[in-house]
Design a protein around this ligand. Structure first.
Ligand SMILES: [Fe+2]
Length: 554
């Protein structure tokens, strides 16, 4: 049975996912192909075409189109009604050829994406996001392949909208939760959010007055964000209006251009978010007597919270690397498979996007008359350059799913140097106060942190003894969002780290996503070449092919 899952219904994070007999064959976000970050307003057309091409099938071979929303539950239903049908028309498929279309509740899709991919038999799957059709936080109990919604909380309880509101108040903009998380480490959590109550019997409760009594027509994300912005202004004065000033300074200055107030507010928002989430997890563990926890929803991408949970002993914790709404495509795919008695299989890899052969890359370079060199031991070559302080665009194999670069579309460099970190931030046009992350070879992970972390989703405290070895990837609060790299998960990246270890004594590199200026992650060799020449990267390595701007390669 072939199932195509799609997301993007809320106007962002469009993605497509293809499963064949319960096994995920391909997954990709639309933004990677359209080059439009978050793919606002787009259907996942190009992502779908890629999935079909990867599986070498035609759309006629799709049995079910699984859509990650339930229009019947949504208060903006007219907008989302017939999304699947409209998507198929957009694809150019005539009605007679349509597959069966199945709609699934948004939070159920999140919960399924995390539970089925985790491999846990029994788990609590907790969804933490802005909001789905109606709900903001949901708890599902999952057992032997069945998923049951136990409770869900309405938009007044939204952790995503609370955090986003503080982002906007701090002048960081609407889609910058990662920046607020980075900023939080510079402040002290001295501010209180009086509407929030941490409660053992309930996890947490937010009493935002009017928001707790919304009429259906008021049930909008902007409405709840405005309630929070009003509350913040009333209690802490005017929002930060200086964002234009600091955004022009992206990547140039090493100072943090925020007053103490905004740094402290960021720290306070992060702290209360951590407390709310650990409280609801403990509440759920207690109530349902299950210790395995799966997390999904955009708030699941908060590495500081995930690191905090891990270090507070919530260790049986799985966070789907595509916790944002793009993951809905994966969840919908799983749910339709299950509905038709095909058991979803655990996700055995996150490298589910397009790949390109060396010959395809060479053909492109020859056509464009771009000089290159084919090198057999490209890992050794790269490691020697990294050891010399060079910064490399590393483009290998199938593109990773989710917003974190996991070694196939990465910029890599020496991890122990603050100067190189700053240089990488400048190359990327990224604020210099934001942290970069280390990829660490599996055998050495315990030297640096106490817990493994495959998907770069946990900010963990780095041990003092070895901190200097990855100094450029340690944030000011002493944490790093590590990626543990095993041979089994990514052989080529693992070999690179082995070679780096040979050169430097430390099996680690600085790893950040291969993109510049806030663009989506590079997807194909064309994007990689363009980004290489638009930036100050020293080398581009695609498969076994090396490009250099300064060196005449032999
Ligand atoms: Fe969501």
């Amino acid at each position: 049975m072939n199932v195509l899952g799609i997301s993007g219904i809320f106007g962002h994070d469009a993605a497509a996912c293809l499963s064949m007999d319960g096994k995920i064959i391909a997954f990709a976000e639309e933004e990677r192909f359209s080059r439009k970050r978050f793919s606002f307003g787009d259907y996942p057309i190009k992502a779908t075409l890629y999935c079909l091409q990867e599986a070498k099938i035609d759309i006629s071979a799709i049995d079910i189109l699984a859509v990650s929303i339930n229009p019947e539950l949504d208060r903006e239903a007219e907008l989302f009604q017939d999304y699947g049908e409209r998507f198929l028309m957009e694809l150019g498929i005539v009605e007679e050829d349509w597959p069966i279309i199945e709609y699934w509740d948004h939070h159920l899709c999140h919960a399924a994406s995390s539970y089925y991919s985790s491999g846990y038999k029994q788990a609590i799957s907790i969804v933490l996001d802005g909001n789905g059709e109606r709900n903001a936080t949901s708890i599902f109990v999952c057992e032997k392949g069945e998923i049951l919604e136990m409770e869900s909380r309405d938009i007044s309880q939204s952790l995503g909208h609370f955090y986003k509101s503080v982002c906007m108040y701090n002048g960081l903009g609407r889609y910058s939760e990662g920046k607020l998380m980075g900023l939080a480490a510079y402040g002290d959590p001295i501010y209180k959010f009086s509407p929030i109550e941490i409660n053992e019997d309930y996890g947490y409760f937010i009493n935002l007055g009017r928001a707790n009594h919304y009429l259906p027509q008021e049930y909008r994300y902007k409405q709840i964000q405005n309630e929070w912005l009003d509350w913040l202004e009333k209690n802490y004065g005017e929002e930060n209006l200086t964002k234009q000033t600091w955004s022009r300074m992206n990547g140039i200055s090493t100072e943090v251009h925020f007053s103490e107030k905004y740094k402290n507010l960021a720290a306070s928002a992060q702290e209360i978010l951590n407390q709310m989430i650990i409280s609801i997890i403990r509440y759920a563990i207690n109530k349902y007597q299950i210790k395995n926890i799966c997390i999904s929803g955009g708030v699941g991408l908060n590495c500081s919270t995930n690191g905090y949970l891990t270090e507070q002993n919530i260790t049986d914790l799985y966070i789907i690397p595509v916790a944002n709404d793009a993951g809905g495509a994966l969840g919908a795919c799983y749910l339709s498979s299950r509905e038709h008695n095909v058991l979803p299989q655990q996700l055995d890899t996150v490298y589910l996007g397009p790949d390109f052969t060396d010959q395809q890359i060479i053909d492109l370079l020859d056509t464009k008359k771009i000089p290159y060199q084919y090198i057999n031991n490209v890992e050794e070559f790269a490691a020697k350059k990294i050891a010399l302080g060079k910064i490399i665009g590393w483009f290998q194999g199938r593109m990773e799913m989710g917003p974190r670069a996991l070694g196939n579309r990465s910029i890599v460099a020496l991890p122990n140097s603050i100067e190189i970190r700053d240089k990488v931030n400048i190359i990327k046009g990224r604020e210099s106060w934001r942290p970069l992350s280390p990829s660490i070879i599996e055998e050495d992970i315990k030297r640096f942190v106490d817990f493994p972390s495959k998907f770069m989703l946990r900010g963990l405290h780095v041990k003092d003894l070895y901190k200097k070895d990855i100094l450029g990837a340690v944030h000011v609060d002493g944490t790093a969002r590590v990626q543990t790299v095993s041979r089994e998960d990514n052989e080529k990246y693992y070999k690179l780290l082995e070679q780096v270890k040979k050169e430097t004594g430390v099996g680690a590199v600085l790893n950040t996503s291969f993109n510049i200026g806030g663009e989506p992650l590079v997807c194909n060799p064309r994007d990689a070449i363009k980004t290489f020449y638009d930036s100050e990267l020293d080398y581009l390595i695609m498969g076994n092919i090396v490009l250099s701007k300064s060196e005449k390669l032999q």
